[in-house]
Design a protein around this ligand. Sequence first.
Ligand code: PLP
Length: 228
Amino acid sequence: MMEDSIIQRLDRINAQLAEAARNSGRDPEDVRLLAVSKTKPIGDVNTAATAGQLDFGENYLQEAIEKIGATSALRWHYIGAIQSNKTGQIARNFDWVHTVCSLKVARRLADQRDPSRPLNMLLQINISGEESKAGLAPDELPQLLEQLDLPDHIRLRGLMAIPAPTDDKVSQRENFRSMRLLLEENRDRFSLESFDQLSMGMTRDFTVAIAEGATWIRIGTAIFGERN
Ligand SMILES: *Cc1c(COP(=O)(O)O)cnc(C)c1O
């Protein structure tokens, strides 16, 4: 892909982000763009970075760690499935982790993170109730929050979801709204401070996600092009 086309695509997404936020009475500053660079070369990351993109999301650890080592001053988000024997690598290399689904993984990340560097954590919710998908069922969340006793260097910031793919705007909206309500209910019930982040919305559905309260949209294809 030509370098200028990544920059043009980024500009377009940022404009669409701002418009979707304003259309629903939100401040565009409250919605952040996570550029999902999985499978794409480091050159694409550098191109996006020169255009001011700061946050990058990766799903595959080895690939991510190479990119993290080859760049500086960027913020890296882990958005892939977490095997519990890989938590050390995640704890050492990332600034955010969006895909925590169990107490065990949360505790391992806490133990393995350097306490002088806070790690932002989101809990993944299986919002469409798909059998094959990772994530906590919505009704499992309160029990996990009751048992979760994290040290100060782990910042529990909110929830993440990958709803079942659909082009039906009504069901997209229902899923995202359920996420927002789940966040709000549990924040109030457990008096969680800074539990205010919703990572939801991808290339096909991010404007709907913003209308329902997304604070991180995770965009790959619309910035970097189709993945092989
Ligand atoms: C790949 C991926 C994305 C980006 O999806 P696009 O449809 O390419 O925007 C977002 N979130 C997660 C968790 C992903 O794995």
